[in-house]
Design a protein around this ligand. Sequence first.
Ligand SMILES: [Zn+2]
Length: 253
Amino acid sequence: MKRAFKIAGAVLALLLVFPLVVILTTFVGNPKIPDGLELASGARVVNDGYVATFMVPTGDGSLALIDCGNDASGKALLAELERRKLPRDAVKAIFVTHGHPDHIKGCPLFPAAQIYALETERGVIEGREKTHGPVTKLFPARDLGVRVTRALKDGETVAVGPLQVTVFAVPGHTRGSAAYLAGGVLYLGDSADAKKDGTLVGSKYWFSDDKEQNQASLHALATRLASRADEIKTLAFAHTGVLPGFAPLRDFR
Ligand SMILES: [Zn+2]
């Protein structure tokens, strides 16, 4: 009987300690998402309380989004549209960095938008494939009603009005994770984060399929983008603040 209590106590302690460890190692020491910050080319950070999405003007009162957030009711995104005095169907394109639910729940609010993502991430986004991080693998695949309407290939550039968006495959956080370079901003989703000391770190261990692959992808991305370094004014991340210029990616170790 005593032994059973001890085991139950140990299990309970683990159940309490584990989330604490995950939260401490994932979120403490991160610079805050700078809600409302204006980036190059008029892009704007929209913080939905948990994850940053980015609203990017694409000419003639239309917009693109980078990811669509954790809030299925889209409160922050709709407030930003209201501020711009634009209707929902002004959102013509959504570039999805990867299929974790906190990045795609808001997408069905914008039926006029083309949904862009790497073909390799389609199964995750559409709820047929789960991801494999130490924490994310505990959750089943979920269909959130999001469909990729325009699958992308690594290195491809697509135009949304005058905005040119180049996609780079950065597998590791998930198999089909993407980074997008658009209007002087490199959007990295969950593939990297900013630290308060201005350095860039790789994706969060607990939520990533393959940390080693993520690191290799970031090194490869730095090499591929070296010739476009002058173009990159800002590095933007989904769960932390932004970093200026290309240097933090170049110096990533
Ligand atoms: Zn993620």
